[in-house]
Design a protein around this ligand. Sequence first.
Ligand code: ZN
Length: 259
Amino acid sequence: MSGATCARCDRQDILTGQGYAVYPEASTGITADHRVFFSTLGPDATEAGDVQCEPLDAMLYCDQCASALFTDEVWANAKALRVEIPSEEVNGPEGKEARSEVIDFSIALRIKRSGMTPSQARRDARAFGELWWRDREAARRQLVSGEPPARPPAAQSDQEAVGKEAPQRDGKAIASLVFGVLSLAAFVMFAGTPTAGTRFGVLVGIPAILLGHVSRSQIKKNQGKPKGKGMALAGLILGYLGVLPVVLTGLLLRIPGYR
Ligand SMILES: [Zn+2]
């Protein structure tokens, strides 16, 4: 059977690749009167008479247990704690609850020191959970040393995509604007006179208009990608301005007695 057992609730319901890897800087052992203890203090913090004490290792939590751990409440209540449980009750419900509280507190205390919120800590634990399945020893080492996890590949490629996308504009929108500006220049210099200038205005104005319209409709169809909708609009308006003198003079020439 694939998957893993949750270290907190002991249910085998962590699917392969899932789960939250955490490291409690805690210890467990046997007291002088043969009870089992769990302590948020590390293995150095044995009490007089303890006959055995060992550190707890990094472990994997299920979804449900992660939801119980990474909360504002645990963050607020986490404190140094030592519980002692009669050995026959260690695996009973009360024993498990006491154990979970100590381990949750020690995880929270350790993470709190770095100023991380529960939701940030949950994201990190999930990233360590992924690493756990690829390279368990690396996940353990990083958790114990307190290194931040590598960003998950999905988040990384999202960020790269955003970074590359931002400056990208539609080539047709840029061309439309260039033609539009040339067309406007012709309009300003030769407005109203049927000279080579106005013909030049038409020559560059028409591509400005066509490219502007095509670019805008493609960007619209593609839900705003790439950028350049405003640029295309500017290009086609300037294109219309460049064509205007020829249209106007053409119309005026049709009026009888104008010339
Ligand atoms: Zn669990």
